[in-house]
Structure formats: C-alpha cells, structure tokens
Design a binder for this molecule. Structure first.
Ligand code: XMP
Length: 517
C-alpha cells in the first residue's frame, strides 16, 4: 500500500486516483495526521502532495521525518519536492509568484520513474508549477530533467529511491503522468496490481460499520441519481435495515422517474425506502416565482423542511437516526473548499451541497467522498446496479424547475415532462444516449404563432439542449445531424399539446452554463 501525505493541494485526490488506476491500494491523509497513519499503514512507499503553502511559512507543513528515515521510496510532487529538499538539508528559495502552466521538459538521464515512457535527449509536455524553488539539492540528489523555467523538473536520489518533480504528474495536462505514477508504484515500490473496485467496496463497507457502530442508524435522501443510489446501497450492505431512505418527490422529476426508483430499490434491493409525494407543497411554494436563484433556494429550503419532517416521523417510529448519508463526491469536496481564501463568485447555488447537514445536526456518512464520478459508476456496477441506471445523464437537484425559465405551474411542468421524454426517447433510439453527456428539453416562457391543420396556434417554444463534457465544468454543444433534430422536433410538436416550435441550443460552457437557470 501507499501513503499519500496531503499538504492541501487541490489535486491530491488525483494522485490517489492514478494509484488506484494502477491497481494499488492507497490512503490520503492530511499532513497533521501523517505520523499516526504511517504507523498504522506501514506503507511500502510515500507520496508527498503539492500545496499552496511555502516551506518558509510559519508552521509550514512537513512530512514526518521518519518517512525519510525508513528505507522506502518517496515521490515528492511540487511542494513535495520542496519539502523533501528542505527536510533533507537542501535549500528552498521563496518569493516567486505562484503560477501553473504547460511546459516542456528535457530528459538528461534514464530513470525507472519514466522507464518505457520517456527517452533521454527528448522533451515532453508537463503541467508545471512555479512557486518557491529548490536552489540547493540535498546530498545524493541529482537533476535528471529540466525545462528553461524549471531547472529541477525532476531531481532524484536513485540510491535511496527518492523521486521529486516540480511538475504535477497526476493531472491530465501531463499526458504521460499516469504512466510515471504507475512506474513509481510498480517498478520503484515493487507493488503488484491487486486492488480493485471489489476491494474498495469491502473497505467502504467496513469504514461505514466502524463509523456508525453496532447500534447507529442512518437516514438517506435518495434522489435516484447515481451518487445517492450508490451511497445508499453501500450503507445498506454495511448496516442493513438500520438505514432508512426517503425519496422526496418534489414534482420536478422526469416522467415516471419516482416510480422507477421506488420499484428498483424496493424490489431488487429490499431497501427501506419511503417515497413522499410533496409535489403540491413544492409547486405551491414556487408558483409565480421566476427568479432562478429564488427558485433554487426555495427548493432547497422546502427539501430540508420535508426531509426533516419525515425524519421526525421515522424517529417517532423508533427509527431515530444519528447519521445523515450523503453521496458527496470528491469534486464536490474540492469545489466547496476554498484554498485561496479569496472571494469566489456563486454562479448558481447547487441545492444538494450544503444546507441539510448543518440544519439536521447529524454526523455525515459520505462513503463516496474520495471518488470521482466514473469511479462511482464502477462501484455501482460492482453493487449490481443496472447499466441503464449507472449510465444515466446527470440530473440537477432542483429538477425541471430550472428548465422552465419564468414562472412554474403544474401545466407547464407536464408539457416539459412530455417533451423531455420524447426527446430522450429519440436520443436512445438513435443510439446517441451514451455519446451525449447530458441532454434535456427546456420550456421557454415565450409563445409563438404557428399553423397546424388549418388553424392558428399560439403556444410555447421548446429548446433542446445536448452537451458533451467530461466533468460538467466545461461543455460543448452536441453536433447533431439535422435530420435527427428535425425528427425530434416534429414528434414533440405533434405529440405535445402546448408546444408549437422547437429550437436547438448551440451554446458551449463557458460562456453558457449547461442548465438554463
Ligand atoms: P451548470 O448549469 O452549472 O451545470 O453548467 C453543471 C452540471 O451540474 C448540474 N446542476 C446541478 N446538479 N444540483 C445538482 O445536483 C443543482 O442544483 C444543479 N445545478 C446544475 C447540471 O445539470 C449539469 O450537469
């Protein structure tokens, strides 16, 4: 196994991800807990992460000195390089402005770190981090790769198996980085690929049992999305019927969705799931509201109210939970933590990250906190969730409310639901569903004139959206064949009363966002 000591870089989790991809078990611990974790894990190798800190700061984060006293390989990335140099008697100079960027490094000498990947005398792209700089290497170290701006791109002490990089091998912008990390764990640390999602499942289940204890009860808001579903299934495996799930049907779901979710979880998984039809309350609270942020906040507030009420009802039946389950993923964790401390602008308030935990005063159980979306899908597969479910497009917490710009009514939601169902049906039939990252219909608060049969119509416009993306942070609009769009539009206009015009959204993100509100 491998211990990753986290000094607060935004991308530490990517290191873990690459190590997992190489089939090796690893744990990330914050540097303050590294000593204890080191004793507990007795790792075969240690990786030191990057950091926004400087070794010159007061109380600069350090690695336990024992890491360097044991005879194990160490990989120091960025700040990890500086800390290694600093702790082994080298010198680090501060004061440079921190910046990240693409760079090319030239290889001067062979090393097992890039054996089979990089060749001496050639240069390769990496994602560099300039900040503080090592100016004097500790004894026994030599520089084996450089770039014009990074004289210590890679510095190593092969004899002691210490490898340090000024660049970040863990990010995708260092195209060969994953191979370097794989070399570190396999060739240098000598670890075999024997770790898998099946093993992760067992560990996660054990961790839940440890956290919840033999008597504890957990409550979970199941939305039917992949994240909350996988979290609920894991917890169910860990503690069985001490988990209660609540599905709040806010009336803003897609067609038939609530029933499908209830059927699947109660029939196939025997989950203790209660579906609450709160659509009247939600729609009443949203009626006439057209401000996107107020809509989002209202839905968030209502959701908490309904959930709290149901949690109370469960407590009265003797199912009093001390723990609240959340399907928080790693990207949610980094997005909600500000490392710079500076002001960051709220583009949209995502209602499912935050709010509930603070209000409910419960401990959180977050079994997916270390995982990325595609890893959660693999875990879901491991738990037996059907492919049709795992591969589903993302769906926002506030649901169709944010796909109905302007005021909301039951009638409008119903029109949108029908158009959306037809659109998705056409996408599936054309075999495009998996190629598209997310697709949905939007009902515009605009009526236009049309002609159907011999009569004049005056009905709503429906916009179709489809994007490709990796993580939802950036996106490109999907380039459909026009015939596909024509067919989908014809079906929607013919089959949905209330829509007489269909348009396609060709905005990428940025400058647009994926949702319209
Ligand atoms: P935007 O519109 O911000 O969306 O480009 C990026 C991704 O996030 C989804 N989204 C949400 N997901 N709660 C969620 O769980 C929300 O409040 C929310 N708002 C947007 C959106 O569907 C897209 O996949």
């Amino acid at each position: 196994n491998i211990l990753i000591i986290d000094f607060g870089s935004q991308v530490t989790q990517l290191i873990a991800r690459r190590v997992r991809e190489a089939g090796v078990y690893c744990e990330i611990v914050p540097f303050q807990l590294a000593d204890e974790a080191y004793e507990r894990l007795k790792p075969k190798a240690v990786i030191l992460s990057g950091s926004p800190a400087s070794v010159h700061d007061d109380n600069a984060p350090l690695a336990p000195q024992k890491v360097f006293e044991a005879d194990i390989p160490v990989l120091g990335i960025c700040y990890g390089q500086q800390v290694t140099a600093h702790q082994l008697g080298g010198k680090v100079e501060g004061g440079h402005h921190r910046e990240f960027g693409r760079a090319r490094i030239t290889i001067h000498k062979e090393s097992p770190l890039f054996e089979g990947v990089w060749e001496v005398g050639k240069d390769y792209p990496v994602w560099m981090s300039h900040g503080d700089r090592v100016t004097e290497l500790p004894e026994g170290f030599e520089v084996i790769a450089t770039s014009p701006n990074a004289p210590l791109a890679i510095a190593v002490n092969e004899k002691r198996r210490y490898y340090t990089t000024q660049f970040h091998p863990e990010v995708v912008h260092t195209p060969d980085g994953a191979k370097l990390l794989s070399n570190f764990v396999h060739k240098i640390a000598g670890l075999k690929s024997d770790w898998s999602m099946a093993a992760y499942r067992e560990q996660a289940i054990q961790a839940i049992r440890d956290q919840v204890g033999p008597e504890g009860r957990v409550i979970c808001a199941l939305s039917g999305g992949v994240d909350s579903s996988v979290a609920a299934l894991l917890i169910n495996e860990a503690i069985g019927d001490r988990l209660s799930c609540i599905l709040v049907d806010h009336g803003l779901m897609r067609m038939g969705e609530a029933q499908q979710v209830v059927e699947m979880f109660t029939e196939h998984y025997n989950l203790d799931l209660k579906c609450i039809d709160a659509s009247d309350e939600f729609i009443a609270a949203l009626e006439g509201e057209s401000d996107p942020e107020i809509k989002r906040k209202t839905i968030g507030r209502m959701f908490i109210e309904v959930f709290e009420r149901e949690a109370k009802a469960l407590a009265e039946q003797g199912k009093d939970a001390q723990f609240l389950a959340q399907g928080t993923l790693y990207p949610d964790v980094i997005e909600s933590v500000s490392f710079t401390g500076g002001p960051s602008v709220t583009i949209k308030s995502h209602h499912n990250v935050g709010g509930l935990p603070e209000r409910m005063n419960m401990q959180l159980v977050e079994p997916l906190r270390e995982l990325f979306k595609d890893e959660v899908r693999l875990l879901g597969k491991e738990l037996g969730l059907p492919d049709s479910f795992i591969g589903r497009h993302p769906f926002p917490g506030p649901g169709l409310a944010i796909r109905c710009p302007g005021g909301i009514s039951r009638e409008k939601l119903e029109i949108l639901r029908q158009a959306d169902a037809i659109y998705l049906d056409e996408i599936r039939k054309a075999g495009l569903y998996d190629e598209i990252w997310q697709a949905f219909a939007v009902l515009l608060p605009v009526q236009t004139v049309g002609v159907m049969g011999d009569g004049r119509t005056y009905e709503f416009v429906c916009a179709l959206r489809a994007v490709t993306s990796v993580d939802g942070m950036t996106a490109d609009f999907y380039h459909y064949d026009m015939n596909f769009l024509g067919n989908a539009a014809t079906r929607i206009i013919n089959e949905v009363r209330g829509i007489n015009r269909v348009v396609y959204d060709v905005t990428s993100k940025p400058p647009g966002t994926i949702e319209w509100e």
